[in-house]
Design a protein. Sequence first.
Length: 163
Amino acid sequence: MKSQAKPEQINQEQGATESVTRRTFARIAVGAAGLCYAVMAGYPIYKYLYTPVEKAAKESAVKEILLKDAHKLPVGSGMVFKFGSRPAWLIHNDDNTWIALDAVCTHLGCTVKYEQEKKRIYCECHGGVYDPHSGKNIAGPPPKPLKQYKIQITDSGVIVSRA
Ligand code: FES
């Protein structure tokens, strides 16, 4: 004779199956949430640890660049360019001297700008001032001069290279 399950027994078994399914779902949900949290927490750490290395490698890969037609830059003016991933200034001073300087402030790393009318390089973050003839820090909090690049004026432009 075949045994038949009582309705109460069937309900208990269904309840157990639903309970296992809910428990499994809850575990998957908790696992997924944990994974998301780990990625969200880990990504900034990854960026902090590896980005400077990648940037340094990218910057050191660039040894020299040609700024086409930059030799036509008028006296008393400047132009921004990128040396690798870094912003930089090429300045043609009033006394007809040229200089190429890194545009990253030596205080806390803001980008500096050349102010033609005031004949200075200025950092708006904390009021740092640099001499546009030498890149020397002359006022405000910057602790050292801007890094200077070597330049060579040619008929096709200005060649900028690491000093
Ligand atoms: S970052 Fe330039 S003066 Fe502070």
